[in-house]
Design a protein around this ligand. Structure first.
Ligand SMILES: Cc1cc2nc3c(=O)[nH]c(=O)nc-3n(C[C@H](O)[C@H](O)[C@H](O)COP(=O)(O)O)c2cc1C
Length: 320
C-alpha cells in the first residue's frame, strides 16, 4: 500500500498547506501509517514535490493562465500562477528535502517510501524533453535530464537503505503537459541508470513502479494508448529492469493475475478499484463483486465522500 503526500517548499506559509519535509506534516503521516499497518500491510509513503501541480513558491506572480483557477482546500479559487524553473543552486536543497521527507516518513511509522517520478510532478518535469527546457546541467541530454532523479534516489537510499525505497515513473503518460518525444527510450534510460545504481550500491531497490498509458487517461487526462503499445512498453521495460517490477493502470482482477502469470510484472497495483473497495484484497480472494467507483467524487475536498464511504463486502451484502 502506498499513501501519497506532498513534499512542499520551505518558506511556503499558506494556511492548510503542509511541509512534511520539515516535519510539520508528521501528525498526518503518523495517522496514515498507523491506520494501515494495523492490517499487516507493507506501507510505503509516496513522496512527491508538487511544483507544477500546486506549489506557489515556485511560481511567478503573473501568468498566461489567468483564465484558469485553482481550487483551494477551503473551497475558494485563486488564479493559476505561472511556474518558474528552479535555479541550479536551489536544486541541492530540494534533493535534501526529499531525503528529510523520507526520514520523517520512516519515523512516522511507514515501512518505506516511493519516490514519485511520474505524472507531471517535479522529477517527471526534469525527465521529459517536452517540458524540460533547462539550459544548465539538468537539461538537454538524457543524461542531464535523469540527473535530478538519480540525485534524489542517491540521497533517499543513503538515508533509508535501498530496500526501503521504491520509484514510480510514467514515461509514456503526458499528464500536465509532461510529455517526451521518446517514451520507450526514456523508460529504458531511467531503468539502465537504476540498474547501474543497484550494481554500484550492492543492493536492490524495493521496486520500480511504472504507470501504463490507457488507464491513466481514463482516470486523469492525456493521450490514449493502444493495447499493442501498452504490451510493447510492458515487455520492453520489464525485460531490462533488474529487480521487482510493478505495473499499474487499468488492471482488473483477471488482467492483474494474467500479467503476473505471464511474467509481464512481479506485482500489479490498483488505484480506482482500491479506492472504491476498502476490502479489495478480500474481494479478489473470494472473486466477489466489486463496488463501482464514482468518478464525480474523485479529487474532491470532502475527507469522507468518495474516499472512506464505500461499503465493505459485508455491508454491501446486508444492503441487498
Ligand atoms: C481519486 C484519485 C486520486 C489520485 N491521486 C493521485 C496522485 O495524487 N498522484 C498520482 O500520481 N496519481 C494519482 N492517481 C492516479 C493513480 O495513482 C493511478 O495511476 C490511476 O488511478 C490508474 O490506476 P487504476 O487504473 O488502477 O485506477 C489518483 C487516482 C484517483 C482515482
Amino acid at each position: 500500500m502506498v499513501e501519497a503526500g506532498s513534499h512542499m517548499c520551505p518558506e511556503f506559509t499558506q494556511r492548510n498547506r503542509w511541509r512534511h519535509g520539515r516535519r510539520f506534516w508528521m501528525p498526518f503521516m503518523l495517522k496514515a501509517a498507523s491506520c494501515s499497518v494495523n492490517f499487516g500491510t507493507l506501507v510505503a509513503y509516496l513522496i512527491k514535490f508538487i511544483n507544477l501541480v500546486g506549489d506557489h513558491q515556485y511560481r511567478q506572480q503573473t501568468s498566461p493562465f489567468q483564465s484558469l483557477r485553482v481550487l483551494l482546500p477551503d473551497g475558494s479559487y485563486v488564479p493559476y500562477p505561472k511556474p518558474r524553473a528552479l535555479e541550479t543552486h536551489e536544486i541541492p536543497g530540494v534533493v535534501e528535502d526529499y531525503r528529510r521527507a523520507a526520514i520523517n516518513a520512516i519515523r512516522a511509522g511507514f515501512d518505506g517510501v516511493e519516490i514519485h517520478g511520474a505524472h507531471g510532478y517535479l522529477i517527471d518535469q526534469f525527465l521529459k524533453d517536452g517540458i524540460n527546457d533547462r539550459t544548465d546541467e539538468y537539461g538537454g541530454s538524457i543524461d542531464n535530464r535523469c540527473k535530478f532523479l538519480m540525485q534524489v534516489v542517491q540521497a533517499v537510499v543513503s538515508a533509508l537503505g535501498a530496500d526501503r525505497v521504491g520509484i514510480r515513473i510514467s514515461p509514456a503518460i503526458d499528464h500536465l503537459d509532461a510529455m517526451d518525444s521518446d517514451p520507450v527510450g526514456l523508460g529504458l534510460a531511467v531503468i539502465e541508470r537504476l540498474n547501474k545504481f543497484q550494481l554500484n550500491n550492492g543492493s536492490q531497490l524495493a521496486y520500480l513502479h511504472v504507470q501504463l498509458i490507457t488507464a491513466y487517461v481514463e482516470a486523469e487526462s492525456g493521450r490514449p494508448g493502444s493495447e499493442d503499445e501498452v504490451a510493447l512498453l510492458m515487455r520492453t521495460w520489464r525485460n531490462v529492469y533488474q529487480g521487482t517490477f510493478i505495473f499499474s493502470g487499468g488492471f482488473t482482477r483477471e488482467l492483474g493475475m494474467q500479467a503476473v502469470a505471464n511474467g509481464d510484472a512481479d506485482l500489479v497495483s490498483y488505484g480506482r478499484l482500491f479506492l472504491s473497495n476498502p476490502d479489495l484484497v478480500l474481494r479478489f480472494k473470494l472473486n466477489a463483486p466489486l463496488n463501482k467507483y464514482n468518478r464525480k467524487t474523485f479529487y474532491t475536498q470532502d475527507p469522507v465522500i468518495g474516499y472512506t464511504d464505500y461499503p465493505f463486502l459485508q455491508e454491501s451484502r446486508s444492503r441487498i
